[in-house]
Design a protein around this ligand. Structure first.
Ligand code: GLN
Length: 277
């Protein structure tokens, strides 16, 4: 079978699994051949399809996300290595980066709570060449991934990845002082929420689920932020589309004023918190 024929068959097979069956098929074929997708389409469509393609296609049919099969995902124009130990960086979270850069383009110290692949922290550091950053995570596998990403993006001299759990009383101590900008994409999915099989079966539940209302992480994290922010410091947190009011109430109780940032569909997906004067 030629590559072109194999792609056509695979795209049909993946219609049940994926919203982007043809794209997925092309990415998996490029991976099987060890070439880029554009090289695949420009140079190889008439070649014989490699045997290794079938195994990759089966994994995708089993709802494994493309990013885990390929081992990387693009976010805000940068390439991040990912594994099932970390949430796959999503377009949704680009709103966090945009809001953070707009709020504190002068930030000197940046903290990312629950850094996972490091995507939020490293993207912000990439855009702010003078800033220093700390990423914390409770998962040592995630920290190793974040550290590797920092090195590959030539940001390791400005990014420290630290094992810490914001549930623990002593987690603030090793961070070395307050921050001008705090980022977080905490878990915010309701425990009973129906998630797509590709998410539920493959992505780390600790990064997704946060109690019956999906608010547990905000309830623990937000009250600790005043002790972590410099005067004038800002925290930028991703939220679920229906959580703006509840998170704003938690923030008000901790003494924060808030601003909402919306995604392209007009849904509030980010709260920006600043201390009331
Ligand atoms: N946006 C993710 C999802 O709905 C959730 C991410 C999170 O909980 N931080 O799958």
């Amino acid at each position: 079978m030629t590559i072109n024929e194999a792609l056509r068959t695979a795209a049909t097979v993946l219609e049940e699994t994926s919203d982007t069956p043809r794209l997925d098929a092309e990415l998996l074929m490029a991976e099987a051949l060890g070439v880029s997708r554009s090289d695949l389409l420009l140079r190889h469509t008439g070649d014989v399809a490699p045997a290794s393609f079938a195994a990759l296609l089966e994994r995708r049919r089993g709802h494994e996300p493309i990013a885990y099969i390929l081992g990387h995902q693009e976010f805000f124009g940068l390439e991040f290595r990912v594994s099932p130990a970390v949430l796959i960086p999503r377009g949704d979270s680009e709103v966090v980066v945009e809001a953070a850069l707009a709020a504190r383009p002068d930030a000197g110290r940046v903290l990312d709570c629950g850094t996972g692949s490091g995507a939020l922290l490293l993207t912000v550091l990439h855009r702010l060449p003078l800033a220093q950053g700390v990423g914390i995570d409770r998962s040592s596998e995630a920290l190793a991934m974040a550290q590797g990403n920092a090195e590959r993006l030539h940001l390791a001299d400005r990014a420290r990845m630290i094992a810490a759990d914001w549930d623990q009383p002593d987690w603030i101590e090793p961070l070395g002082g307050a921050f001008d900008l705090i980022l977080a994409n905490p878990p915010y999915v309701e425990d009973a929420a129906p998630l797509a099989p590709s998410v539920h079966a493959h992505e780390p539940h600790g990064a997704l689920f946060a109690g019956p209302e999906g608010l547990d992480a905000y309830r623990v994290l937000i009250p600790q932020l005043p002790a972590l922010l410099t005067p004038g410091g800002v925290a930028v947190l991703e939220i679920g589309a229906t959580q703006a009011e509840a998170v704003a109430a938690i923030a008000a109780e901790a003494g924060f004023a808030h601003r909402l940032h919306r995604d392209l569909g007009g849904r509030p997906r980010v709260v920006e918190l600043s201390q009331q004067q």
